[in-house]
Design a binder for this molecule. Structure first.
Ligand code: GDP
Length: 551
């Protein structure tokens, strides 16, 4: 019956090659929220800037996120830009939530890395960059805050080379900086995009490069072409011959090298001053992969143990991965999932192959920043949110009922910090248990248990902020107020601990490490015992394996 009802609508709005699933990643405060908000504004989805920070929020629709100015949910929102569908999969910037970053990296195909033009690459940028490399995610870089005091585009680009050992290729040159940041020069088309003011209307004129910038722009274009020539024989030949290289050939070469993770195109702008965001969005369309450009997703047939490769294709049986369970303030429990192959209709049954349970998908939604659009069907390569999947948790494989498959999923690290928790009112104990159980179902890195001896309730998570948010949600959503004990974990190992190969250790603090110490991950430069700080990555919290059990 439902099939009939929706059969008229069984048509995809956007072809697969014009679909982008991207994440926006950044060190905290680099401007991820502002950039995301501007993207939603310019793609026509929100109509008032500033909604994120005052009043009805967009991506950060959980209250405590607004208050804390961080984003913790990994929900997805859908936007349209020049005939392309861009699904933005939200990724948190706070270090406590690296696992959330990891899970979103699993389901996205490309990423925009936002840098602060004054600071360039920062510690959390390094973490996320490394995670993105692990998952083969092609990236473009947006050097934001070009209007800020101390903004320096070339310096920012150099930090990508130096700190990430990554081949950054500037495809733009900023016109001016700080208060004089006026626009960008497109080094591919050799045109200048000049903004006349920094109003939201954000009018710019595409003009010939002003005389005084011509020489510098030519120099940067040559640098860009030389970098490309190293990777592309056609460009090399034409460049050496001094031939004109048409823009579309350059773009093609950049796209190919970006998809191969050989280069990372760099853009400049100021989200806050409404400059450069549109050109960066063109870059998303031009250089980041569609679902058919990425390597096939791996799955296993649970009956035979055979490995199966999933290619984006509407005609194949449905297979998708649940990557986020969220409680929506209006519609309740939502399961966000990425469709790898096939299509899924609202009202149909799926197999949760991980749990070996059939479940019915009630309604299907697509989130457009602040409004929810009900859709009859979700297609291959797209992101959907299902209402009605009661047994599905993050990381579960959803497939058509007649073809069970287990999709390569995510490993969730063990929690690193544990505290006791007690309801303010004794009578609330049962209510608190229910709330904690529900929250644990949503979040695989949050655990709750009862200490068998003392009867105390213990909660464990990825950091103090993580647990604060849990307690806060318990109060807001379940109306249970509780007090929490002191973090009970302590790191006692010294840093002479032998580490080999790719290793991790913790910076010692006064002979004894403790929760919150900085984890340094490094790549040893010599065989055997020697190691070097050269490639050290600083960030993170003390992982569980370094923390002795609490007596
Ligand atoms: P997030 O933590 O990465 O999400 O960063 P936000 O988008 O919340 O921005 C952090 C701060 O930087 C806020 O005060 C923003 O107003 C400010 N900001 C963001 N983009 C820009 C920019 O382009 N220029 C300047 N000057 N400030 C910016």
């Amino acid at each position: 019956m439902e099939g009939d009802k929706f059969s008229m609508a069984n048509k995809r709005e956007f072809p697969l090659e014009k679909t982008r699933n991207i994440g926006i990643v950044a060190h905290i405060d680099a401007g991820k929220t502002t950039t995301t908000e501007r993207i939603l504004y310019y793609t026509g989805r929100i109509h008032k800037i500033g909604e994120t920070h005052d009043g009805a929020s967009q991506m950060d629709w959980m209250d405590q996120e607004q208050e804390r100015g961080i984003t913790i949910t990994s929900a997805a929102t859908t936007a349209e830009w020049k005939d392309h569908r861009i699904n933005i999969i939200d990724t948190p910037g706070h270090v406590d939530f690296t696992v959330e970053v990891e899970r979103s990296l699993r389901v996205l195909d490309g990423a925009v890395v936002v840098l602060d033009a004054q600071s360039g690459v920062e510690p959390q940028t390094e973490n996320v960059w490394r995670q993105a490399t692990t998952y083969n995610v092609p990236r473009i870089v947006f050097v934001n805050k070009m209007d800020k005091l101390g903004a320096d585009f070339n310096y920012s680009v150099s930090t990508i080379h130096d700190r990430l050992q990554a081949n950054a290729v500037a495809v733009q040159m900023p016109i001016g900086a700080e208060d004089d940041f006026e626009g960008v020069i497109d080094l591919i088309d050799m045109k200048a995009d000049l903004y006349d003011e920094d109003e939201l209307g954000s009018q710019w004129d595409t003009v010939d490069i002003p005389e005084k910038y011509k020489e510098e722009a030519q120099k940067h274009r040559d640098e860009m072409l030389e970098q490309l020539a190293d990777l592309d024989d056609d460009i090399m030949e034409k460049y050496l011959e001094g031939e004109d290289i048409p823009s579309d050939e350059i773009k093609k070469a950049i796209r190919k090298a970006t998809l191969n993770l050989d280069i990372y195109p760099v853009f400049a702008g100021s989200a806050f001053k409404n400059k450069g965001v549109q050109m960066m969005l063109d870059g998303v369309n031009d250089f980041l992969p569609s679902p058919i450009d990425v390597r096939p997703y791996k799955a296993t047939d649970p009956d035979t143990g055979d490995e199966v490769e999933l290619h984006a294709n509407d005609d194949a049986p449905f297979a998708g991965l649940a990557f986020k369970i969220a409680t929506d303030p209006y519609v309740g429990r939502l399961t966000f999932f990425r469709v790898y192959t096939g299509t899924l209709e609202a009202g149909s049954y799926v197999l949760n192959a991980t749990k070996d349970k059939r479940e019915r998908v009630g309604r299907l939604l697509q989130m457009h920043s602040n409004h929810r659009k009900e859709i009859p069907e979700v297609f291959s390569g797209d992101i959907g949110a299902a209402i009605g999947l009661k047994n599905t948790t993050t990381g579960d494989s959803l497939t058509s009922t007649d073809r069970p498959l287990i999709l390569e999923s995510m490993d969730f690290p063990e929690p690193v910090i544990q505290v006791s928790i007690e309801p303010n009112t004794k009578a609330d104990q049962d209510k608190m248990d229910v709330a904690l159980q529900k929250l644990a179902e949503e979040d695989p890195t949050f655990k709750t248990e009862t200490n068998q001896e003392t009867g105390e309730t213990l909660i464990a998570g990825m950091g103090e902020l993580h647990l604060d948010i849990i307690v806060d949600r318990m109060k807001r959503e379940f109306h249970v107020e509780a007090k929490v004990g002191e973090p009970q974990v302590a790191y006692r190992e010294t840093f002479t601990k032998q580490v080999s190969a790719q290793g991790k250790f913790i910076r010692q603090s006064g002979g004894k490490g403790q929760y919150g110490d900085v984890v340094i991950e490094f790549t040893p430069t010599e065989e055997g015992e020697g190691f070097s700080f050269e490639n050290a990555i600083v960030g993170g919290v003390v992982p569980r394996e370094y923390i002795p059990a609490v007596e």
